[in-house]
Structure formats: C-alpha cells, structure tokens
Design a protein around this ligand. Structure first.
Ligand code: FDP
Length: 338
C-alpha cells in the first residue's frame, strides 16, 4: 500500500464535510511543515553551520536567546507571511504579535509558536522541537488590525496544534481535533509520511517526567504524590516508578504519547501566578494533543484548555499525560485540601 503522506492526509481531511480542515488551514499546516523541514536542516548543520551557542540577547521572558531560537523564529515568520492564510503570528521569541505586512493578503487564522522548545539541549545534541497552536481570528477582526487581545483565547478554541521533534528522526505530530497523527520526515524524498495514528496514550506506564530540582516550589500534595512514587523504599509503589526528564517539553511529551506516563511542571505554590511553561504556545497545544490521544491536562486547579488567558506570554502549571496517572496526581492535591 502507498504510504500516506502529509499532503494526502490533509487533502482527505479537507474532503470531510465537517469543516475540520478548510483549504486555508491545509495551506497553513503544509507551510508549517515546510518550515520545520528547513529548521531540521539548520539544526543538523550544528557547529559546521555556526548555528550553536548563544546570541548575547535576551527574549521577552529574560531568557538568553540561542542562535537557533532566532533562526527558527525567522524561518517560521518568513514561511508563513505571504501565503494569505494568517492574520497574525505570535512567538515565544517576540514581545508582541507579528502582523502580516500589508503587501500580502491576510487570512482568518492566528498562529502562536515556540520556534525551538528545549533550547538548553541544542548545544549538546539532544532533542529539541517546535510547538505551534492555531486559532481562528475573532470575527470582530474583520476590517481592522489584529491586536494582542485577539490571541487571548482559551485552548478549547484551538483548531489545530502540533509539534515537530528534531531527534534521531524528525517527526511532525499533529491534531486537527480529530485524533493525533505522527509523520516522519523522509529526507531522501523530502516528504512527510504517516508513521502512527490515531495515537492513544498507553495506560499503566509508571514513568514520571519532572524536574526534581524544583521540589521547593511544589505544593505539599505534589511532594507527597512524587515521594510515594520516586525513590520510595516501601509502600505500594516501591520500585515501581521510573523518572525521565529531557528538559525539552516536546521530547518528554512525545515519549508520553508513544509510551505513556505523566509530565509535571507545577506552578510555584509559594508565588501565585509563577510557573515555568507558557500557556498559549506550550501548554495549550500540548494539552490539545494529549486530550486528543485520550489523556488529560490540568494546571493543578482545572483543565488547562479552559484557562482564560490574560497575557500573550502568560505561564501556567502543567500536569498532563495518561488520564489515570493525572487523576492520581490531582487526587493527592484534593486529598490535601480536605
Ligand atoms: P526551554 O526553556 O529550554 O525551551 O519551554 C520551557 C522548557 O525548555 C521546556 O521545554 C522544558 O520542559 C523546561 O523548560 C525545562 O525546564 P528546566 O530548566 O527546569 O529543566
């Protein structure tokens, strides 16, 4: 049987008459996939292409920008500016939104992205990724310029989300709200071929992704949940669980989609509103993928995709993965509140 390419998958999605994938959205996804192809080749050059190391500048979050953060950001902006499918873009690397220049037609979608997630891995040749989230521009945008407020929509409004992972293979993992599909980049052919899907998170995997160094920030209930499972010498979970932390959310989430388990980056319980991961271009798209694969995604209080955003670069606590394991982590929290 002929392998299903990304192009064929998208055309077949477009043919469904439920409006899952209008032509403009198909163009958007194909454009992002093409940009990710360019990014994978830029990353692969490494030291030979002089793309490693820091730039000496900081992004809006006060984080040191790596050369590849900026290169990948430019690749995504350039690829998506002229196609006519977007009204505006926002990125981890830009303080405010990027409007489509007046010389190009404008479309009805808004895209948010993290061009290189897990940047600390770049210089040591470990997996990094690109995350993206697609929203519809509000109807009220017609006839006026898009503003930052137009991006402040809850995750349940996303019409598509996905990531590319630049690891031993380059993969694109995508949802249009009708399941999660994985495509592998065939470097010889230059095409993306479906290699998994619809993906379901396997249950019963005792693996936890968490940065133990942040323990002082966790609520006591999260400490209890982790202590009972990691390193416990007695009790029902002794010897059962393993810990995995790649410091790249894309890589950790990909492992969970393929193999199961849970990912936690809880908010700092001592400082309300202080958390690590960004809601709009990290937590929301990952939550959509995880939920579409049968998992659950919470911020510690409620469903991540129902959080009403108040800022473009807002951060949020993240507990997501296998639904039963997420429920166990949340149950320890609820138990602590009783
Ligand atoms: P990074 O800042 O390197 O892009 O996006 C945030 C993120 O990476 C996640 O990908 C990753 O899970 C986390 O931060 C790593 O955090 P630690 O520094 O606490 O390990």
């Amino acid at each position: 049987m002929q392998p299903i390419t990304l192009t064929r998958f998208l055309i077949e999605q477009q043919r469904r008459d439920d409006g899952t994938c209008p032509a403009e959205l198909r163009l958007l996804i194909e454009t992002v996939a093409r940009a990710c192809k360019t990014i994978t080749f830029a990353i692969a050059k490494g030291a030979l292409g002089d793309v490693l190391g820091a730039l000496g500048s900081e992004n809006v979050q006060g984080e040191v920008q790596k050369k590849l953060d900026v290169i990948a950001n430019e690749i995504l902006l350039d690829a998506n500016e002229w196609g006519g499918h977007l009204a505006a873009m926002a990125s981890e690397e830009m303080e405010t939104i990027h409007l489509i220049p007046n010389r190009y037609p404008k479309g009805e979608y808004l895209m948010l992205f993290d061009p290189i997630d897990g940047s600390s891995n770049i210089d040591v040749d470990l997996s990094v990724g690109t995350i993206f989230s697609v929203l519809q521009a509000p109807e009220s945008c017609a006839g006026r310029e898009v503003t930052e407020d137009d991006f402040l929509q809850p995750g349940v409004n996303q019409v598509a989300a996905g990531y590319a992972i630049y690891g031993p293979q380059t993969l694109l993992v995508l949802t249009l709200g009708t399941g999660v599909y994985e495509f592998t980049l065939d470097r010889e052919m230059g095409t993306w071929r479906m290699t998994d899907g619809p993906m379901r998170i396997p249950g019963g995997t005792h693996e936890i992704a968490i940065n133990m160094a942040r323990r002082a920030q966790w609520a006591p209930s999260i400490c209890d949940y982790i202590d009972a499972r990691l390193g416990a010498e007695e009790g029902p979970y002794a010897g059962l669980y393993n810990m995995r932390w790649t410091a790249s959310m894309v890589a950790d989430i990909h492992r969970i989609l393929k193999r199961g388990g849970i990912f936690l980056y809880p908010a700092d319980h001592r400082k309300p509103g202080k958390a690590r991961l960004r809601l709009l271009y990290e937590a929301n798209p990952m939550s959509m993928l995880i939920e579409q694969a049968g998992g659950a995604a919470f911020d510690g209080y409620g469903r991540i995709m129902e959080v009403a955003p108040t800022g473009l670069h807002q951060r949020v606590g993240v507990i997501l993965g296998d639904a039963a394991e997420v429920a166990a982590a949340l149950a320890s929290q609820e138990a602590a509140l009783v």
